[in-house]
Ligand binder design. Structure first.
Ligand code: COS
Length: 387
């Protein structure tokens, strides 16, 4: 019996639908897209038709009005089968959060219906070659010129880069002010002066597109500024706080998928005239893997529900969910490869791909070292405030 998390009817519906899509549509194609390092437009089309892009967008903009919990459930189910393909959906969520959280009414009306219908997908542009963990160190500039801003600079490793139509981008409007001189903008694909670098050739999540965003005297209307000048760093931090449980869900899904595969294989693989699941060495591994997956799920769901409850500050639990679930994903997928033995190392079996896909979850949307820093500073601040 699996655990009961007392999901609502809508959440169960999203879980069942995503599970079915993963089994029927993603399983048959995951190997092909991983091998080809190609963006899975046919899967995006399925997400679109099934309304998965609408999940976390308010009803008045054509969405389903769900929260982080509903998103987490969908991403977990899709990632059980392919942590690369699921990212087309999760990264669109990341690119959309700046508009949801800080966009003006006009911006919401203009962009959210397109995103909810899946007509457009989104991406978030923060990282640069010299600004990864040090998000305040970005160098891309946005200079006001009459009714426009002119962007110059290069964003690196942008998920959905080149495939998305709508980009939320952080650029400096006042370099002298450091993090307080950053601002957030919406940039549409096709804007003159906005091009893409070559597609990156990655270890895992190969069905996901990762490219540079290149801005050369790219002129955008001043209406595309999100919130106010100087708010960019806060917009980015708030966006990451809200989206990290989505990465955690991706990691959780990959881990749960690897556990399912390893358990099934251990029942079928015979050595010493017995299935290997009858050996205690394998049983103890399965038990630890299952316990870690359940603990990750409990934490990820708790973080999502806390955010959806309307809590104001959720940096700590959000970082904890991403940290814990991604470490679990790496551990569990490595153990899954071990249970598959020599076959686990071969591309014919899904375990090695899951291990490759898991690794990025410890790195992106803030390395796990950054998550630990966010958590530590948060508890130290809370402790200081309580005395
Ligand atoms: N919510 C709201 N405000 C926040 C915040 C949050 N989660 N985190 C920081 N801030 C505010 C701070 O309060 C501070 O405000 P004041 O200037 O008014 O004091 C300001 O933002 C700067 O914060 P801080 O000094 O802590 O910034 P640092 O440059 O030291 O960086 C970390 C903080 C490391 C946490 C941040 O740079 C980070 O998250 N880095 C990782 C980025 C990342 O995830 N990159 C992956 C690619 S994005 S997909």
């Amino acid at each position: 019996m699996s655990m009961d998390y007392f999901l609502t009817e809508q959440q169960e519906m999203i879980r069942d639908l995503s599970r079915q899509i993963a089994q029927d549509k993603l399983k048959p194609i995951r190997e092909k897209y991983d091998e080809a390092n190609e963006f899975p437009w046919e899967a995006v089309e399925v997400f679109r038709k099934s309304d998965l892009f609408a999940i976390s967008i308010e009803e008045k903009y054509g969405g389903m009005g769900g929260g982080v919990m509903e998103t987490v459930i969908a991403v977990e189910e899709l990632s059980k089968v392919c942590g690369g393909i699921s990212l087309a959906l999760a990264a669109t969520g990341l690119g959309t959060y700046p508009i949801i959280l800080h966009g003006s009414e006009e911006q919401k009306q203009k962009y959210l219906p397109r995103l909810a219908s899946g007509k457009s997908i989104a991406a978030f542009g923060l990282t640069e070659a010299e600004a990864g963990s040090d998000a305040g160190g970005i160098r891309t500039t946005a200079v006001k010129d009459g009714d426009s801003y002119i962007l110059n600079g290069t964003k690196q490793w942008i998920t959905n880069g080149g495939e998305a139509d709508i980009y939320t981008v952080i650029a400096m409007t006042n370099k002298a002010k450091g993090a307080r001189g950053a601002s957030a903008f919406i940039v549409e694909k096709g804007t003159p002066g906005f091009t893409f670098g070559k597609k990156e050739n990655k270890m895992g999540i190969r069905a996901s597109a990762t490219r540079e965003l290149i801005f050369q005297d790219c002129r955008i209307p001043k209406e595309n500024l999100i919130a106010r000048e100087g708010m960019g760093f806060i917009v980015a931090m708030k966006t990451l706080d809200k989206s990290r449980p989505g990465v955690a869900a991706q990691a959780l899904g990959i881990a749960a998928g690897a556990l399912d595969e390893a358990t099934a294989y251990s029942r079928q693989r015979r050595q010493f005239r017995k299935p290997i699941c009858s050996f205690q060495g394998v049983q103890f591994m399965l038990a630890d893997m299952a316990t870690q997956v359940e603990a990750a799920r409990a934490l990820v769901y708790a973080a999502a529900r806390y955010i959806d409850s309307g809590a104001k500050d959720y940096s700590r639990i959000s970082a904890m969910s991403k940290l814990f679930a991604s470490d679990v994903a790496m551990k569990v997928t490595t153990d899954a490869v071990q249970i598959f033995g020599g076959y686990g190392y071969m591309k014919e079996y899904p375990a090695e791909k899951m291990m490759r896909d898991a690794k990025i979850t410890q790195i992106y949307e803030g390395t796990n070292q950054i998550q630990r820093e966010v958590i530590a500073l948060n508890i130290i601040k809370a402790s200081a405030a309580s005395v």
